[in-house]
Write a protein that binds this ligand. Structure first.
Ligand SMILES: [Zn+2]
Length: 289
């Protein structure tokens, strides 16, 4: 097996070149970042003009897929039509910002939290998400195929009224999307365990269920996080690798599973020291056989 594509969620201060520098510092071969501020304001540091050059650099350095993370404020399943319209417009803008990176030959995804139905019921929430995604993809008709950045739906822990709390809900969203070439799934190890899938006791069973619902071919990225709380706790609290309930035996299984190990792995763990992520990357690479 070749090396893992791995890295952490990086700050965008310093723009495109700042991202590259931080990734080099941690010894990464993939990474994530927010395309705008956590509250949805457009980023000043990520100028659209630099995106193509950034893609070329990543390509030259043989990076794995980049897994950009949409801000948490987007809610395609929201009750308020204005909130849904904001999410749709912001996603369109983000996908346009990222298009030149993919056009330069660098595979890039935009990961989103599917949304929260805020009391409207899961079925309504799932339908609104599919409809919102269709609207987003419809507005991108002028973007060339090479620049079409797929949206990945993240597996959620099932906190509050989150949609995507099990694989079936993600499959239902995808089912309602017209252009399935534009969607995939991000497998968050903490969230999946937190949602009640026994990654420790029955890893193969979870993989079978994933394949039978979403389909393993649609899983495009991994958020690699340990979990502070136990199976099915629905708390969504990440722990540093090896310091949570999942632990090293689970991560050993993960990085040696050829179905998963080829995907970009993004750390979303805390950084108590300046070298935490570098150390975690080294740790995970060291677990491969
Ligand atoms: Zn996330």
């Amino acid at each position: 097996m070749t090396g893992l594509f791995i890295g952490s969620h990086l700050s965008t201060s310093g723009g495109w070149s700042g991202l590259l520098e931080r990734s080099h510092d941690e010894g990464g071969t993939a990474f994530a970042f927010f395309p705008r501020s956590p509250y949805g304001k457009r980023s000043k540091s990520l100028a659209p003009e630099g995106a193509g050059e950034f893609g070329l650099r990543l390509r030259e350095e043989s990076y794995g897929p980049i897994v950009v993370h949409a801000p948490y404020v987007y809610n395609l399943a929201g009750k308020d039509p204005a909130k849904r319209a904001f999410a749709i417009a912001a996603l369109e803008e983000d996908l346009r910002l990222l298009a030149p990176i993919r056009e330069a030959g660098q595979e890039t995804y935009l990961n989103i939290h599917p949304g929260s139905h805020v009391g409207q019921g899961a079925d309504t929430g799932l339908r609104l998400i599919s409809e919102g995604l269709n609207r987003v993809f419809d507005t991108l008709g002028d973007v060339p195929d090479a620049g079409r950045v797929p949206i990945l739906l993240e597996t959620m822990a099932g906190k509050g009224t989150e949609c995507g709390r099990d694989f079936g809900e993600l499959a239902a969203i995808i089912d309602g999307v017209d252009d399935k070439s534009q969607v995939g799934v991000t497998f968050d190890t903490c969230h999946v365990f937190d949602a009640g899938y026994d990654l420790l006791g029955d890893y193969e069973g979870v993989m079978r269920e994933l394949d039978g619902t979403v389909g393993l071919d649609l899983v495009r990225a991994i958020h690699v996080n340990d979990s502070l709380f136990g199976l099915g706790s629905h708390k969504d609290r990440h722990a540093n690798i090896g310091e949570g309930e999942l632990g090293i035996p689970f991560f050993t299984t993960l990085v040696n599973d050829p179905r998963m190990a080829r995907l970009p792995m993004i750390l979303e763990t805390k950084e108590p020291t300046a070298t935490t992520h570098r150390d975690e990357i080294t740790l995970l690479r060291g677990l491969t056989r």
